[in-house]
Design a protein around this ligand. Structure first.
Ligand SMILES: [Zn+2]
Ligand SMILES: [Zn+2]
Length: 141
């Protein structure tokens, strides 16, 4: 049996009480989004990898080695195709949501743009990722 600790959410400016967790639901969600954008491989379990591989294979079978481009970038030939989320996980999309296939470069450009937009709206995206063995106590407001 695990005993749950009741403590204050560790996010700056948040005094929600959490049980057995470091951050409250809302704060955790924000952090997960930022993390997911920085580390797309976090959602890289075997099932998801297979799903992406299949999405790329399907794309190749239908249109060949071709990237549809992204925002300013026109469609262009590319053999370096990767699957990406239609609705970014960082913007609240499901990690297992529908995929779109683009070249690595276009997907990277898109991920960078999404992260920039989140950083502009999230007040504490740069908060250090800490593991808590000690309880810092409630955060003063
Ligand atoms: Zn919180
Ligand atoms: Zn491309």
């Amino acid at each position: 049996m695990t005993r749950s600790l009741i403590r204050a959410c560790l996010a700056r400016g948040c005094n929600n009480v959490v049980r057995g967790k470091t951050y409250c639901h809302d704060c955790q969600r924000t952090r997960d989004r930022v993390k997911a954008t920085r580390r797309p491989d976090l959602h890289n379990d075997a099932r998801e990898r297979e799903r992406r591989r299949r999405a790329v294979a399907d794309h190749r079978a239908i249109v060949g080695d071709w990237c549809p481009g992204w925002e300013g970038r026109p469609a262009h030939p590319s053999a370096d195709l990767t699957a990406d989320h239609v609705r970014e996980v960082a913007k609240g999309g499901s990690p297992y949501g529908p995929l779109v296939v683009r070249c690595r470069s276009c997907n990277a450009a898109k991920a960078a743009a999404v992260l920039t937009r989140i950083m502009a709206t999230d007040p504490s995206p740069a908060a250090p990722l800490i593991t808590h063995d000690d309880d810092p106590g409630p955060v003063a407001k």
